[in-house]
Write a protein that binds this ligand. Structure first.
Ligand code: CU
Length: 133
């Protein structure tokens, strides 16, 4: 009997820890998947389980946000490109304004380290939005 209660206890603990773990990651604080926005709109970037700091050196558990427009997550350890579709928030910003053409777009929030090397899919979030004129 003692063994069974130990197993139940460990299972409960594993479930609890994995439930906590699933909260880790990045999220759009003010935009839901499928949101309708105007051509210029505000984006609030959030992260759980890491800390935002300006780009520079690589610090474990820290990094900064990027937004990939009409793309997808950047594979782990790959440098996030810097162009009009891959925007870096290397000052440690958690808020920005984007201007997009009307129609459907995707926005991917991607967290990366101080040298802009991606933390991978686990630290990304992609949503669809519709931009209305
Ligand atoms: Cu960057």
């Amino acid at each position: 009997m003692k063994k069974i209660s130990q197993i139940v206890l460990s299972l409960t603990l594993v479930m609890f820890l994995s439930a906590c773990g699933s909260n880790e990651g990045v999220y759009f604080a003010n935009l839901e998947d499928g949101a309708e926005v105007g051509t210029t709109f505000k984006v609030e970037m959030g992260v759980n389980g890491m800390e935002v700091e300006p780009a520079g050196e690589v610090v474990k558990g820290k990094g900064h946000h990027h937004i990939v427009i009409d793309g997808t997550f950047i594979p782990t350890a790959t440098m996030v490109p810097a162009d009009e579709k891959n925007i870096h928030y290397g000052k440690g910003q958690t808020e920005t304004e984007l201007t997009l053409t009307p129609g459907e777009h995707t926005l991917t929030l991607q967290f990366a380290n101080g040298l802009h090397q991606s933390y991978g899919e686990e630290w990304s979030k992609t949503i669809k939005i519709t931009v209305k004129d």
